[in-house]
Ligand binder design. Structure first.
Ligand SMILES: C[S@@+](CC[C@H](N)C(=O)[O-])C[C@H]1O[C@@H](n2cnc3c(N)ncnc32)[C@H](O)[C@@H]1O
Length: 238
């Protein structure tokens, strides 16, 4: 472990039980700035975010939305891949939106990244439909996560994909904790209407679970089209 890692870990161990955890749910003020600083530099956080972006398999022209983008580590990695597309980062913390803005200044100027200060429970974006969505260590903080995931599914194009990631940060978390988190995320995605699920694990301590799901390629089509019937020739006003 490097000296920087040891210092960060010491801060977290002291700070967590003293109210620090809340600052990772909704970073506010100067203390929230420190939470964002830690998330943007802790090697496991950075590795987790970059790995999640690789798992999502983002293509150059993809339009991607990241929910709960925090200090913008994944936004930067996404923008590095979606070079002819768009990355929209969403967070309910203005402190995080500012940090993500500083981390992604050039891509924002180039019009390839847009950051939106809003809670996921009241998303109203004009940038869709998206090809892919990402949420890293944030779904468990949302009110009614399954309902939120269902709404995100509606922002995706038919066949679009989502990667939902969890690295449990509770004291004593083990590989079993990560497995359980993966199971819970998979159940929520299924209930929210995603299909063709697969789970990948990154061997950190504790492991990172990433569940990838897909919107049906047939979503948004009428039942006639889905069954392969000829389109109706009856005029709409009949
Ligand atoms: C633990 S941090 C993870 C940040 C980032 N995804 C990462 O891995 O570095 C959780 C983030 O989710 C955001 N968040 C939590 N609940 C949210 C909500 N309901 N709407 C929008 N953002 C939310 C927090 O503000 C915070 O930035």
């Amino acid at each position: 472990m490097t000296i920087k890692e040891r210092v960060l870990l010491g801060i977290l161990q002291w700070w967590g039980p003293r109210g620090g955890v809340a600052q990772f749910h909704r970073p506010t003020g100067a203390v929230g700035h420190i939470a964002g600083w830690i998330m943007g530099r802790r090697s496991s956080n950075v590795a987790r975010n970059r790995w999640a972006v690789r798992v999502l398999d983002v293509q150059p022209t993809d339009r991607v939305i990241e929910l709960g983008c925090g200090p913008g580590v994944a936004v930067a990695a996404l923008a590095g891949r979606a070079t002819d597309g768009l990355v929209v980062g969403v967070d309910h913390s203005p402190v995080m939106i500012r940090q993500a803005g500083r981390r992604n200044r050039a891509a924002i100027r180039a019009g390839r990244v847009r950051l939106v200060h809003t809670p996921v429970e009241s998303l109203s974006l004009g940038d869709g439909p998206f090809d892919a969505a990402l949420a890293v260590n944030t779904v468990g903080m949302w009110p009614d996560p399954t309902a939120r995931l269902r709404e995100i599914g509606r922002l995706l194009r038919p066949g679009g994909r989502i990667a939902v990631v969890s690295q449990p940060r509770c004291p004593g978390a083990t590989a079993a904790t990560s497995e359980a988190a993966a199971g819970e995320l998979a159940a929520q995605l299924t209930e929210a209407g995603f299909a063709d699920l697969r789970t990948e694990m990154l061997a950190l301590d504790p492991p990172v679970a990433c569940v990838v799901g897909h919107v049906s390629p047939l979503s948004g089509r009428s039942s006639d089209e889905v069954q392969g019937a000829e389109p109706s020739t009856t005029p709409d006003h009949a």
